[in-house]
Design a protein around this ligand. Structure first.
Ligand code: FAE
Length: 541
């Protein structure tokens, strides 16, 4: 790790920390975690700065935009409302374990809101200090939307499942996008940039930490379902060493939902590391964008700087020639909905805020027989799923339950073909953006998931777990991990993400995708961003 000095056009000189370049240096990154405190904190964007390109958010879309703009010689500043996640806590680790959430785990909450709220009849949430933690369980009327907060966005908290949708399904996902281009150029580019690889199946078949997935395969196949392996961004060589006991355990110790301290190739280690290595990309963490307004042929951006309690410690105004909205489906949609409704960006069209979907997410657990254990130690990185999309409209991820004890449970996150789409709107009295999703809209998803698990239960003589989402509640129908839409490609924007009504404003994240990808979404978000930024750099700069 080294410090370097950036003298980007239009920026004051700032010292900033670079990350190790490349995607394979996981051992090096484990070392980096231990040394992080020695490095000086990067200087945030100063008030009054002008930047050629400003990116709001540091998730998949924002990271692709920053890297490709920088490689084209354009200086970029990224504003991220969450923390940098580069400094260990008092336990010597940057991230908290899934089984022991603490203040680092949740975004400005005083009590955890774990996706599985109960276990064996007992609620498992607990009080924590309010802090700018890594996972936001953002609550709207009918749904809690889980999102990553910090430099790296959703890549900090997600399962790393890196799935390219089957090509024959692509027309239903992004109907206005040329599939040949995506499958020949942009999906391969995204997979390479993210460091996507496949698990070694011989090893997988032999290790205790994937017993739960092998039980999932056995049950799927005995009921005639197609069981498919799914690529991931986890460093499998590192996981092999975890199992062998030669390196600190991360996935095998259950780290995931609140961050992985080693092993997972988050955007910090891939796109953002490369972007920073260009010397043209700076990132201000704990900086939340509240407004983007036209100003003399440029854009004026209002920013709140937060401390780790969420208190606004400074407000800043900066300007940019071009602004990329990459705050995630919810973040981008909320900003645009508010800015249109309050007359700051009145020229945005009426598609803003529309076409939002939950990727059909629904969760459930099954109770296995005592002679069919799923293992006390479960690797937190999912590797496989049941593909029943063509027959029943569901792709069910065989998910871990990394509790550290034998649960005799099989756990699944299903992605289903749910037709419902919600809309964001501005509530001026309450001074907030609302989303009109209704919990009852999950019923088609439940029905599709049931078409798999009713059959498996009948075949195996097993039942659903009723203790994971409340008391006697089978379905986790209150949440999504996969928000998509709200500024849909070809509707709120042109076919490459340029917002209608304003030259130089772009959407480049999950908000572009109309509600469903038929599989886990981040590879599609990344590939679409690669496609759009290619065109934008060629035509607009
Ligand atoms: P995202 O990654 O959410 O980044 C947006 C960033 O913008 C965040 O860092 C925000 O903090 C920041 N931001 C928001 N508002 C502002 C503002 N006003 N000012 C400044 N910054 C702001 O967006 N997907 C998969 O494909 N495979 C998986 O295995 C998988 N597992 C998941 C597990 C969990 C628990 C969760 C929560 C998600 C999972 N996902 C998975 C979904 C995936 O992480 C998500 O689709 C992407 O992260 C979305 O990428 P975006 O670039 O749209």
């Amino acid at each position: 790790m080294s410090d370097n000095v950036m003298r980007g056009k239009g920026f004051p000189t700032v010292s900033r920390r670079t990350f190790i370049t490349g995607t394979g240096s996981i051992l090096g990154l484990a070392t980096l975690a231990g040394r992080a405190t020695a490095a000086p904190a990067p200087a945030p964007i100063p008030p009054g700065a002008h930047v050629p390109a400003l990116v709001i958010g540091t998730g998949y879309g924002g990271s692709v935009a920053a890297l490709r703009l920088a490689q084209a010689g354009i200086d970029v500043h990224m504003l991220e409302m969450g923390m940098a996640w580069d400094t260990p806590g008092s336990d010597g680790k940057i991230f908290a374990n899934t089984t022991a959430p603490d203040q680092r785990s949740y975004w400005l909450r005083t009590r955890t809101k774990q996706p599985l709220s109960n276990f064996l009849g007992f609620p498992i949430d607990k009080d924590i200090p309010r802090y700018t933690g890594i996972l936001d369980a953002e609550e709207f009327g009918g749904i809690a939307v889980y999102q990553g907060r910090g430099v790296g966005g959703g890549s900090l908290v997600n399962g790393g499942m890196a799935v390219t949708p089957r090509r024959e399904r692509f027309g239903a996902i992004l109907p206005t996008v040329n599939a040949d281009e995506m499958y020949n150029v942009y999906y391969p580019r995204a997979n390479a940039g993210l460091g996507v690889t496949n698990v070694d199946q011989a090893w997988w078949n032999s290790v205790a930490c994937y017993q739960y997935a092998r039980v999932g395969r056995k049950h799927a196949e005995r009921s005639g379902f197609s069981f498919v392996f799914v690529p991931n961004v986890y460093d499998w060589e590192y996981m092999k060493q975890e199992v062998a006991g030669t390196v600190p355990k991360s996935a095998v110790a259950g780290e995931l939902l609140y961050g992985n301290n080693a092993g997972k190739k988050t955007l910090q280690k891939t796109y953002l590391a490369q972007a920073k290595a260009t010397g043209r990309v700076a990132i201000s963490a704990l900086h939340r964008v509240t407004s983007v307004a036209p100003a003399n042929g440029r854009y004026a951006i209002a920013v709140e700087q937060l401390d780790t309690t969420g208190t606004v410690v400074a407000t800043k105004n900066v300007t940019a020639d071009k602004v990329f909205f990459a705050a995630g489906s919810v973040g981008t949609s909320k900003l645009l909905t508010k800015l249109k409704a309050t007359g700051v960006l009145p020229g945005l069209n009426n598609e803003i805020g529309k076409g939002w979907g939950d990727n059909g997410n629904v969760m459930c657990g099954r109770a296995n027989h005592l002679w069919d254990p799923t293992g006390a130690v479960q690797a937190s990185i999912p590797t496989a799923g049941i593909d029943n999309w063509d027959a029943g409209g569901a792709f069910a991820e065989v998910a871990p339950l990394p509790t550290g004890i034998e649960t005799y449970a099989s756990f699944y996150l299903s992605i289903t073909r749910n037709p419902h789409r919600a809309q964001f709107s501005w509530n001026s009295a309450a001074n907030r953006v609302e989303l009109n999703w209704q919990t009852a809209w999950k019923q088609p998803s439940i029905d599709m998931a049931k078409s798999i698990f009713d059959k498996i239960n009948a075949k195996e003589g097993t039942i659903y777990r009723t203790d994971l989402f409340g008391v006697y509640k089978i379905w986790g129908d209150h949440l999504t991990y996969h928000p998509l839409g709200g500024a849909v490609l070809g509707k709120a924007t042109d076919n490459h993400g340029r917002l209608h009504g304003y030259s130089g404003l772009y959407v480049i994240d999950g908000a572009l995708i109309p509600g469903n990808t038929s599989v886990n979404p981040f590879v599609t978000i990344t590939a679409l961003a690669e496609r759009n930024i290619d065109r934008i750099i060629a035509a607009d700069f």
